[in-house]
Write a protein that binds this ligand. Structure first.
Ligand code: 6PG
Length: 248
C-alpha cells in the first residue's frame, strides 16, 4: 500500500494556497535533479483557485518552460467549451505562465473519442524516461467517490492495460476521456487529491473505510509513489480520530 497522508487546512482558500506552495516546492526540488517535470492537471472546479494562485504567485518561481502538462480526464467537447477541463486550466493558469504550448498535451475532446484516447495513449508512451513518468498528478474527488472520470461501477475500473479510455456515464450528458487505473497507478510518482467542502465529507470518510467494492478514488494506489489528500476542514469533517491519527 503506498504511503497515504492527509493534510487539513481551515478553508478552501488556505487549501489552495498551501497546495500551490507544495506543488511549486515539489517542482523546484525535482528540477534540481531532472530536466523535465510532468504534471497531470485535474479537472472540475476545485483546482481552479489552485491554478490561479500558481499563475499569480509562482509565475516567476517555477521553471514553467521545463514542465510537461497533461490532463487526467476531459469532457468530449471542444477546447473552448465552458465544460472543457482544458479551458478551465488554460484560462486560470496556462494562458498566464510561460509554459511552452508544445508541452501542453490536451486530451482532444473535440475529435472522435476512441481516436482521441488512442492518440493520448501514444503521447504518454512517447514521453522519454522510465516509468513512472508523471512526477505529480492532481486529482479531484466526486461526492460519489469518483475521481478523474472513473465512476463507481464503471467497466473502465476493470481495465488492466489501456492507459486512456472513453467513458459514457448515464447521469452525465457528455462522454468523457480519462486516464485509467493502470495509467495512474503505474505512471504516476506522486498523487495529490484536492478536496474541499462539506459535500465531499462523506466521500472522504468512505475512501478511508474498507467498503467493498472499493470506490474508484480508493483504487488510486501508485506502485511507486505516495498519495496525499489535501483537504479543507469541511471535507475532513467526518474523519474519525483513528483515521486522523493514522494519516494526518
Ligand atoms: C471532472 C473531474 C472530476 C472532478 C470531480 C470533483 O472532469 O469533473 O475530473 O473527477 O475532479 O468531479 O469536481 P469538483 O472539483 O467540481 O467538485
Amino acid at each position: 500500500m503506498p504511503a497515504r497522508r492527509i493534510e487539513i487546512f481551515p478553508n478552501a482558500e488556505v487549501l489552495a494556497e498551501k497546495t500551490a506552495g507544495h506543488v511549486a516546492q515539489t517542482i523546484v526540488r525535482s528540477l534540481q535533479k531532472q530536466e523535465r517535470f510532468s504534471l497531470v492537471l485535474a479537472g472540475g472546479s476545485t483546482p481552479k483557485r489552485l491554478y490561479q494562485i500558481l499563475a499569480a504567485e509562482y509565475r516567476d518561481k517555477i521553471s514553467w518552460d521545463k514542465l510537461l502538462i497533461f490532463f487526467g480526464d476531459e469532457r468530449c467537447v471542444a477546447p473552448d467549451d465552458a465544460e472543457s477541463n482544458y479551458k478551465m486550466a488554460y484560462d486560470s493558469m496556462l494562458s498566464q505562465v510561460p509554459v511552452a504550448r508544445r508541452n501542453i498535451f490536451r486530451l482532444k475532446g473535440e475529435i472522435e473519442p476512441q481516436k482521441a484516447a488512442a492518440e493520448y495513449e501514444a503521447t504518454i508512451k512517447s514521453v522519454p524516461g522510465e516509468r513512472p513518468i508523471f512526477d505529480l498528478v492532481l486529482l479531484g474527488l466526486g461526492a460519489d467517490g469518483h475521481t478523474a472520470s472513473l465512476f463507481p461501477g464503471s467497466p473502465v475500473l476493470q481495465e488492466t492495460s489501456d492507459l486512456v479510455a472513453v467513458v459514457r456515464v448515464e447521469k452525465l450528458t457528455l462522454s468523457r476521456l480519462t486516464l485509467t487505473l493502470p495509467a495512474f497507478n503505474s505512471y504516476a510518482k506522486d498523487i495529490i487529491f484536492l478536496v474541499a467542502g462539506k459535500g465531499k465529507a462523506e466521500a472522504v470518510q468512505r475512501i478511508f473505510g474498507d467498503e467493498k467494492p472499493p470506490l474508484p478514488a480508493q483504487m488510486i494506489k501508485p506502485d511507486k509513489g505516495k498519495v496525499t489528500y489535501f483537504l479543507d476542514e469541511e471535507a475532513a469533517s467526518l474523519l474519525d480520530n483513528e483515521t486522523l491519527e493514522k494519516f494526518a
